[in-house]
Ligand binder design. Structure first.
Ligand code: SOE
Length: 384
C-alpha cells in the first residue's frame, strides 16, 4: 500500500516570495516541512511557520543532505537552480524546482542527463498554473474534441510590479535571472499551461522583445519580490539588458498556431494570465484573475459562463478542487494541488499519467526561451 504523503518531509531552499508559498501549500496538505535554508531570514521564516531546522549560512548542502528531508523544494534565484537541483539529486532526494529550471539549456540538458540516471527520484518543475481547475477543465475539453479543429490559441501574461524605473528585483539582472526576464519568469508559465492544455509542445517561434526602461534605478540594499521602496530610499542608475515586454508568434508540434504577449510594465494588471482557444466549433477564454469561471463562445448559440463546481466545470476536475462552487479557489490552491500531485507520485512510486511538469518539460521551456532570444536577434522564425 502507498505510504501517506503526510509521512514525507520537505526541505525548502529560499525564503523570498515563493519559498513561503511552497511551505503554506505543504502545511495545508499535512506534509512536514523539516528544514529551510537561506541567510538570517531562514530563522524568521522558520519561526513564522514552525519549521524545526533553520540553516542561516546559505549552505544548501546542509539542507539537501539533511536526514529529515525527503523532498527538496528549490525556491532560490534562477542562477542557483542548476547547482541546487544537481546537489539534491546526487544526495538521493526528490526535487521540486522553481521555474525556469535553470539559466541555459546547456544547464537544463545536464540536469536531464543526471535525472535519467536516477529514475526513482521525482524531479518536478513548479509550473503550478497547470493546477488551476480551469486549466485542467480546458485540457479535458480539448482532449474530448469540444472545440472541433483548433484554429488558433492566443493570450497574454501581464503584471505591473516592474512598471516604474525605480522598481527593482534580482530578476532584472541577466547574471541573476538569465538572459530573458519577462518571458522566462511569466511567459514560460503561459507557454507551459497552453501546451499542457493542447497536449503538444511548442516547436517554432518568432519573437520581438522590448526593453521599455533602458535604464533603471537600483535601490541601495536588498529588495524582495513585490516589495515597495520607502520615501527615503537611495538609488543608483544601471542599464537594463532584459525585456519588459515580448510579443511572440508560436507554432505547436500539433500544427496549431498562436500568439502570446508578455509584459511586466502593464499598469493595473497585477498577475493576469489570459488564455483563449479558438476552434471550429467554439472558443474559450480564461483569465487567471477571475480563476473560477471560463467563458465559452459560439457563433450560432448563446455565449456561456461556466462556473467552477457547477455542471460542466466539476466532473472533469474531480480531485483538483476541494471547495464547492461559490467558494473561490486561486493561486495558493494551485500550489497545493501541484504539491499533492507530486507528493502522491513520490509516495506511490507511480509515474505514469503524472500531470505535473517534469524535468523534460522544464528543459523544453528553457529551449523555447533560447529560441525566442535567437528569433528576436535574427528577426526570423526559429525552431525549438
Ligand atoms: C514574479 O513575476 C512572479 O512571482 C513569478 O516569478 C511567479 O512565477 C508567478 O507565479 C507570479 O509572479
Amino acid at each position: 500500500m502507498a505510504q501517506p504523503i503526510t509521512t514525507l518531509r520537505a526541505g525548502i531552499i529560499g525564503t523570498g516570495f515563493i519559498g513561503p508559498a511552497h511551505i503554506e501549500a505543504l502545511k495545508r496538505l499535512g506534509v512536514q516541512v523539516a528544514a529551510i535554508v537561506d541567510n538570517d531570514r531562514a530563522k524568521v521564516v522558520a519561526d513564522k511557520w514552525g519549521v524545526p531546522n533553520a540553516i542561516t549560512d546559505l549552505d544548501h548542502r546542509k539542507l539537501v543532505t539533511h536526514p529529515e528531508v525527503d523532498v527538496v523544494h528549490i525556491a532560490s534565484p534562477n542562477k542557483l537552480h542548476a547547482q541546487h537541483a544537481a546537489d539534491a539529486l546526487k544526495a538521493g532526494k526528490h526535487v521540486i524546482c522553481e521555474k525556469p529550471l535553470a539559466m541555459t539549456s546547456k544547464e537544463t540538458a545536464q540536469l536531464l542527463k543526471l535525472a535519467a540516471t536516477r529514475p526513482k527520484q521525482v524531479f518536478a518543475v513548479n509550473y503550478n498554473l497547470r493546477f488551476y481547475p480551469a486549466v485542467l477543465q480546458l485540457r479535458a475539453a480539448v482532449q474530448r474534441g469540444d472545440f472541433g479543429t483548433i484554429f488558433h490559441v492566443n493570450g497574454s501574461y501581464f503584471q505591473d510590479w516592474l512598471l516604474k524605473d525605480t522598481d527593482y528585483n534580482w530578476r532584472l539582472l541577466p547574471k541573476e535571472g538569465g538572459a530573458l526576464r519577462a518571458v522566462s519568469d511569466i511567459g514560460t508559465h503561459w507557454m507551459d499551461a497552453a501546451s499542457f492544455v493542447l497536449g503538444s509542445r511548442i516547436s517554432e517561434v518568432y519573437a520581438q522583445l522590448e526593453t521599455l526602461h533602458k535604464n533603471r534605478k537600483r535601490p541601495i540594499g536588498e529588495v524582495q519580490t513585490y516589495s515597495k521602496a520607502g520615501a527615503d530610499q537611495k538609488y543608483e542608475t544601471y542599464p537594463v539588458q532584459t525585456e519588459d515586454y515580448a510579443a511572440v508568434l508560436l507554432r505547436w508540434g500539433s500544427g496549431v498556431f498562436g500568439s502570446l504577449n508578455v509584459s511586466q510594465v502593464a499598469a493595473g494588471r497585477k498577475n493576469c494570465l489570459r488564455l483563449e482557444i479558438y476552434g471550429s466549433k467554439k472558443s474559450a477564454c480564461w483569465n487567471s484573475e477571475e480563476p473560477n469561471s471560463i467563458q465559452y463562445g459560439s457563433r450560432d448559440g448563446a455565449n456561456e459562463v461556466s462556473l467552477r463546481g457547477a455542471p460542466g466545470f466539476a466532473e472533469d476536475v474531480v480531485g483538483f478542487t476541494d471547495y464547492p462552487a461559490g467558494h473561490a479557489e486561486g493561486f495558493p490552491d494551485t500550489f497545493k494541488m501541484n504539491c499533492r500531485a507530486i507528493y502522491t507520485a513520490i509516495a506511490s512510486g507511480k509515474r505514469e499519467g503524472a500531470l505535473f511538469a517534469t524535468v523534460e518539460d522544464g528543459h523544453h521551456e528553457v529551449k523555447v526561451c533560447d529560441a525566442i532570444l535567437k528569433s528576436s536577434k535574427t528577426r526570423k522564425w526559429v525552431k525549438v
